[in-house]
Design a protein around this ligand. Structure first.
Ligand code: ADP
Ligand code: ADP
Length: 238
């Protein structure tokens, strides 16, 4: 495994012991369209956690035309996973920032057992660990409807649904007023591939975290506020 970046080490040292003990990291897993982003925003707000979405980080790099963005572009367009080394480096940089000193809610990372191993290693360097892994469970048929009606905000990744969670004004984010758009990878053919990729490469994480007694499954077919309530109950019980 690779050595931590100097930035990461510096931040680790800057944390006081009390801060380190308080740091809580949660990992939301679930298939594309399960409601991870929607719930992550709600839960992060509620508990004062930073929301880290690997998909949002990649899309920011795409928009800014960074090297990382250029590297990720083809994989994302095809609905494939970006290679682990690239993804792990990007998330490590994000977690090493001081705003994560109390912890974070990870959404979309890890997506492979290798990423999960890497996460455990980087959190150990903070004297921290994964606290709980809620799985938002939604069957494949529902996911297609969710993603084909999803509208995402350009500025901060807030998400809406034309039927299930419509914005007050069509095409405008309720929260920050930015433009809403439909992601190119939310078209049906790409969605089908993303679900296949989830089943093959990400679903093994269910057993991975189950065997570590960290997994809790939440029924993601319920309305948004009920899923939030179930997630909060699980977090408070943990
Ligand atoms: P979803 O809405 O399916 O949860 P995301 O926004 O999380 O989608 O991810 C969009 C795309 O970004 C993925 O299809 C993949 O190409 C890439 N990506 C995001 N997170 C990861 C990750 N942890 N590992 C590899 N690729 C990722
Ligand atoms: P993910 O991040 O897992 O890909 P999102 O949070 O982006 O999923 O949700 C996918 C789509 O489904 C969005 O359009 C969102 O508004 C909608 N959605 C999220 N949760 C629910 C729910 N519980 N019931 C109905 N629609 C939902």
């Amino acid at each position: 495994s690779s050595k931590p970046s100097s930035k990461f080490t510096a931040t680790t040292k800057a944390l006081s012991k009390a801060d380190k003990e308080m740091a809580k990291f949660y990992v939301l897993i679930g298939p594309p369209g399960a409601g991870k982003g929607t719930q992550a925003k709600i839960i992060a707000d509620k508990y004062g956690l930073v929301h880290i979405s690997s998909g949002d980080l990649f899309r920011e790099n795409l928009k800014n035309e960074t090297e990382l963005g250029k590297l990720a572009q083809g994989f994302m367009a095809r609905g494939e996973l970006v290679p682990d080394d690239v993804t792990i480096g990007m998330v490590r940089d994000r977690i090493s920032r001081p705003d994560c000193k109390n912890g974070a809610l990870l959404d979309g990372f890890p997506r492979t057992p290798a990423q999960a191993d890497a996460l455990a290693v980087m959190l150990k360097e903070f004297d921290s660990k994964v606290e709980l892994v809620p799985l938002i469970d939604v069957p494949a048929q529902v996911l297609i409807d969710r993603l084909s009606g999803r509208w995402s905000c350009r500025a901060q990744g807030h998400v809406f649904h034309e039927k299930f969670n419509p914005p007050q004004v069509a095409g405008i984010c309720d929260i920050d007023g930015s433009e809403l758009y439909q992601r190119e990878d939310d078209q049906r053919s790409t969605v089908e591939n993303r679900i296949k990729v989830y089943t093959q490469q990400t679903a093994p994480l269910i057993e991975y975290y189950q065997s570590r007694n960290l997994l809790v499954t939440v029924d993601g077919t319920k309305p948004i506020d009920e899923v939030s309530a179930d997630l909060q109950a699980a977090i408070e019980k943990a």
